[in-house]
Structures are given as structure tokens and as C-alpha cells.
Design a protein around this ligand. Sequence first.
Ligand code: URA
Length: 241
Amino acid sequence: MNPSQRRAWAALELGPRWSNRPMPSDASALAVSPAIDARDPVAVPAPAADVRLAELRSEVARCTRCELCQSRSRTVFGSGPTSARWMIVGDAPGAQEDASGEPFVGPSGQLLTHMLQALGLTRERDVFITNALKCHPPENRHPTAQEISRCLPFLRQQVTQQAPRGLLLMGRFAAQALLGGDEERISALRGRVHECEIDGVRVPAVVTFHPEYLLRHSAVKALAWADLCLARDHFGPGSDG
Ligand code: URA
């Protein structure tokens, strides 16, 4: 473990009984759905795909599908390489994300960054991060079902266009948006690999606690760490290079 991972480890309050499991050497242990397997592992999105994503980003920026467009400062489309193997989906932007237009920049974003570092992943290189909602709900209230359903087509297009190797769904609303179900608790969904199917594209998905919840409930950080290890074992490392 390098010094940066050691610091991340300390921030997660993990160890010494938790250790970073090595990547499995057996390629079959990284089995992913056939639809994703077919993708050239070194492929980056073709220029046409980049254009489509740029169009989608500007469509999101102009969106008026729900009332959040009246209170938002900026839409939060997502950040990170669009060719990343991992797509991380949170619930909805907070106040700091609304001001900056970037996902997970507040305290919960710092924890997320540390968790990724502990896995040997960086936000700049290895993961694309977005949210179920692209606009901040005022007063940090929960998203409504209508807001999620109006915003969902954007997230679905991000998944099908970027075709990540895996989805890490952090939080109840992220999980509900992509896996369905109503009031499912994270504890009922975490700890296993789901399959998310969107327009014929099948992507493995791991559900875990939202970093904001982890900040308030340290006791479940170890479970979140187990979920991240599960994701790493199924999605592989963040980048192909
Ligand atoms: N919480 C989220 O779910 N997403 C963000 O981008 C920030 C906080």
C-alpha cells in the first residue's frame, strides 16, 4: 500500500483488520455481461459518440423538464473520462455542486475521493461520476419520484452511450432510478452484483451507501468498503491503460 492509499485508509477508519485484496489473476473472475464484454477493452468513445455526449450535456444544461430548473444555479452533468470503466451514480447534487456544476465536490465528495484512492483509483483517470438528478433539490430535500423519472432519460443515455464496465450506485435514489423498486433499503440491495439493462445494454451494478450517510454512520464504512471491493472484482480497475 502506498502512502496516499494509507492516508485514504485512515480517512475511512478501516484497518488493521481490513486489507486491500489483490486483483484476481483469473480473468474469468472478472466476468461481465456479454453485451459489455463485446466492447474492445482499449476502445475510447469514437468521435461520433463524443459529439452525442456533448449534445446530451447541452440538452441537460437547457432542461426544463421539472421545477428544479427554476431554483438551480447550474446543472451537474458529470465529471471524469467518458471512457472510464466505472460509472459512479449518486443521488442528486448538493449546494456546493449546484454552485460549481461538478458532482461530489463537498465533504461527501472528499470521502468518495478517499475511498477511490484506497482502491487505487483516481477521479481524473478512472471513474465517471454523475447523479440520478442533474439539478440540486432546494434545502437538500429528497428528490421526488416525478423529478427522478423526468431526469432518468439523461442518465440512461449516459449509460448506453458511455457503456461503462460497471455501475456503482451510491444511495437509495440512484439505486431506485436504475434498478427500479420503491422503498428498497440500501442494506437489502448491497453486497451483490445486480444487472442493469437499458435498451439492450446490460451493465453490472453494485449498490452501496451514499457517502453522506457514511459520514454520519461510521459503523457502515466497512460494509461500503466491502461493496467497493466487490465492484473492483467485477468491473476491474478503473482504466485500461
Ligand atoms: N450528493 C450526491 O448524491 N451527489 C453529489 O454530487 C453531491 C452530494
